[in-house]
Design a protein around this ligand. Structure first.
Ligand code: PMV
Length: 320
């Protein structure tokens, strides 16, 4: 039996994607930029099955109906591309804690794309693979590559792809994942961004904000200016969440603890530490810091939030 395995790491957006101009192809309204992370990843094995029923397993258990449906939708797409009707077995091991607030769909669909590329012998380039992964989940587009990655919004299926800016960054960036809430988010990223696009009076400004932040971020990466990287990421994250606060009706992913961590990050910064935050479609916070300060910043956060689960992360590799 032929079976193929691929590992992909999750990524954190420093310039966020928030809004789809094409909800089927997952074409975003803007470019985005991320950092692939070493500690959190997904390994997926696929093989052909006799019969006509797909099998999907996650962490050694039969997948729930929602996960199965989303995976099968993607398998159907790949089968169509390959003129195939063969049933497929998918075995996924997620090394992304479900409550980490880091999207396992990014590493999940990147790993699934990589594995199916080998199974069907599609010989897709990494650029083509990023287009395929995008069809599973927007943020998966970027998880094909390691280090700093830019997703070009594009205008159709083949022009909306990601590319590596710096796969092995020498910038001493570190990220601390701060898990304060294990509750599943009430509004999915798909629903949240859709609502913001259609109701926030400020959404029209968002593409301009991203263009400006993107230029500044690319320059900061070029000049290896970690403080600027943190500041731009933090501002961009706040602009994204401001779209949600200004939606009608308004909504927010922040909780009381999210705001407390934000305050602490400000305090740490005023005490001279390299500390900035970014937050996705959930309550948990990711603190951007430096190799030099990561241990002290982690210690300070833990001291103030003994119940929080902290994981320090480094830049990670592309799919393998
Ligand atoms: O593609 P999704 O559904 O994983 O949406 C990702 C949305 C954010 O994580 C908030 C931003 C981003 O660019 O990853």
């Amino acid at each position: 039996m032929i079976q193929t395995t691929t590992t992909a790491h999750t990524n954190i957006a420093l310039i966020k994607y928030w809004g789809k101009k094409d909800p089927v192809l997952h074409l975003p309204y803007t470019d985005s930029l991320s950092l692939t992370l070493d500690g959190y990843y997904t390994t997926t094995t696929t093989s052909f099955l006799a019969g006509d029923t797909d099998q999907v397993r996650v962490n050694n258990q039969v997948a729930g109906p929602q996960f199965f449906k989303r995976t099968q939708h993607f398998l159907n797409l790949v089968r169509t591309l390959n003129n195939s009707q063969q049933a497929i077995a998918v075995e996924t091991i997620n090394h992304v804690p479900t409550a980490a607030g880091l999207a396992s769909s990014a590493s999940g669909f990147a790993a699934l794309s990589g594995s199916l590329n080998k199974l069907f012998q599609m010989n897709l380039s990494r650029k083509e693979l990023s287009c395929l992964a995008r069809r599973g989940s927007g943020s998966a587009t970027r998880s094909i590559y390691g280090g700093f990655v830019q997703w070009h919004q594009g205008k159709d299926n083949s022009s909306s792809f990601a590319e590596a800016i710096d796969e092995n960054p020498s910038l001493p960036i570190r990220l601390i994942s701060v898990v304060i809430s294990k509750q599943a988010k009430k509004i999915s990223s798909t629903e949240g961004m859709k609502h913001a696009v259609s109701t926030s009076p400020f959404y029209a400004q968002w593409p301009q904000v991203v263009n400006c932040d993107m230029k500044a971020m690319l320059q900061a990466l070029k000049t290896q200016d970690l403080e600027a990287v943190g500041k731009i990421a933090e501002n961009n994250c706040l602009a994204m969440h401001a779209l949600n606060w200004t939606s009608r009706p308004a909504f927010s992913y922040f909780t009381k603890e999210t705001l407390q961590i934000i305050n602490l990050v400000h305090q740490l910064r005023s005490r001279g530490y390299c500390a900035y935050y970014t937050i996705d479609a959930g309550a948990n916070v990711k603190v951007i810091t430096s190799l030099q300060d990561v241990a002290a910043v982690q210690q300070q956060i833990q001291l103030n939030f003994p119940q929080a689960q902290l994981t320090p992360l480094k830049p990670g590799p592309g799919i393998q």
